[in-house]
Each structure stands twice: as C-alpha cells, then as structure tokens.
Design a protein. Structure first.
Length: 117
C-alpha cells in the first residue's frame, strides 16, 4: 500500500486508466479478474484463501473485519459490489492517452471506476 493518500490515489487512477485502455466484455474479463486478484493479494494483503471466483470472471472477497463481540464496530458483515465489464461500443474519447485499444469495446459505462473503487 502506498505511503501517502496522494500516492494511493495515483496508483488507483493508473489502474483505472489501464482497465479503460484494455476493456473486456461481460464474461470475458479474464485479464481484469487477474489484475484485481493480483492487487488484492500483493497490495491490499488479502490472503488468497479469502478470494473466490464467482460467475466465471467475477470475484468474491472475504475481508475480515471486527469480531462479533467488538463493541466499537458492531457491524461484522458488509457487502460491496462493482461491475468490471465493458460495452460493445466505440470509444467516445479517442483523444485520451488511455483510450480503449480494443476495437468496438469500451468502458463508456464507468465500470472501470467501479472496479477500482
């Protein structure tokens, strides 16, 4: 994990731009899944046994939080959901340095941002 908030934000922005540049259609997000898994293991230090495949190219991640008896944080289970797929369409912003490199596939829906969030 980067030492400062600015470094952390820059790292996430770089990942989002990479995902935007290399979009994958629904149920074909194999490289996206691998990138997210790698980040979770090596940067977020989530044990591999807490990361599970779901729906072919998705991931379910168990993030261990407070114990059930923890009075300061009584919530022991919370869910986050984010989409990773791109759409079968042309990049609307070809001038961007990180514009889609995949013909007729683009993240024009914001799912690259969902993935990084």
């Amino acid at each position: 994990m980067p030492a400062s908030f600015n470094a952390f934000f820059a790292a996430l922005a770089s990942i989002r731009q990479h995902l935007h540049q290399h979009p994958e259609l629904s149920f074909h997000e194999f490289k996206t899944q691998a990138l997210v898994r790698d980040y979770l293991v090596h940067e977020a230090h989530i044990p591999t046994e807490h990361i599970h495949d779901c729906a072919t190219t998705g991931l379910v991640v168990d993030i261990v939080g407070p114990t059930e008896g923890d009075k300061t944080s009584p919530v022991t289970c919370i869910a986050f959901r984010g989409d990773m797929d791109a759409l079968p369409m042309t990049e609307a912003n070809p001038h961007l340095s990180y514009a889609s490199q995949a013909p007729q596939v683009a993240h024009m829906c914001g799912h690259d941002g969902h993935t990084v969030s």
